[in-house]
Design a protein around this ligand. Sequence first.
Ligand code: HEC
Ligand code: HEC
Ligand code: HEC
Length: 164
Amino acid sequence: MGAALRYAVMRSTATLATLLVAAILALTLGTAGAGEPAWLPKPARGRGDKCVADTAWMRRNHMTALSHQRDGTVHDGIRTSRFSLKECIDCHAVKGADGKPVTVASEKHFCRTCHDYAAVQIDCFECHASRPEAKAATTGEAAPERSSGTDAAMLAQYLRSLKQ
Ligand code: HEC
Ligand code: HEC
Ligand code: HEC
């Protein structure tokens, strides 16, 4: 009797293990079989034939490059243009249905293609224009996040910095 019970327990444990292995296998094969390009973000191509640095490097390091640039400009008054945010926006403008460059409010915006996917939030466009400014100006529209957001955002940033 004891042996039969032990056998039954062993059997169900084995079945469980088999099921688990099968489930893991199905998961692994499932994602591989689906083919990764389907869910990887595909940012629109920038203007010209190359970026301001090697493309693969940019994918990995643009955040650091931009924040060093930002610290240099805002804190030390140093201004080099290699990693200018304004220029990222100029070359990476994406046109909407109306033929005008979209702002960051649109999910087609270059910076959002990856960030939405990776759940990255950036506050840059509270102060910086998210589409080329000259283009917005020729259509007689001010870039909204520039005209209405700048002072309020800077004040908010200042108040936040006091709390730290
Ligand atoms: C509170 C307002 C504010 C926020 C938020 C902000 N910036 Fe700036 N940024 C400024 C100001 C002011 C300057 C200096 C004036 C200028 O050059 O436009 C500047 C300059 C820069 C510059 C150098 C000028 C240029 O166009 O390249 C870069 C790069 C930059 N910021 C990147 C960023 C990035 C990246 C973020 C988000 C992580 C960000 N900034 C968020 C206010 C802000
Ligand atoms: C002179 C135009 C130009 C400027 C300025 C520019 N880029 Fe680019 N960028 C491009 C082009 C063109 C490509 C695609 C290059 C390729 O296919 O190898 C690209 C590619 C990229 C990629 C990779 C996109 C992908 O498909 O994975 C990122 C990220 C990127 N740029 C970010 C930036 C940032 C951030 C800035 C500002 C610091 C910037 N770029 C400034 C033209 C530009
Ligand atoms: C090829 C995909 C891709 C594109 C296009 C892209 N980013 Fe990013 N970005 C990322 C990823 C992924 C992260 C998060 C990296 C991490 O957390 O290590 C990130 C992070 C950042 C950060 C740091 C956020 C934080 O708080 O840590 C900034 C700033 C940033 N990106 C700016 C930009 C700007 C500005 C643009 C458009 C000019 C842009 N990115 C376009 C993929 C991209």
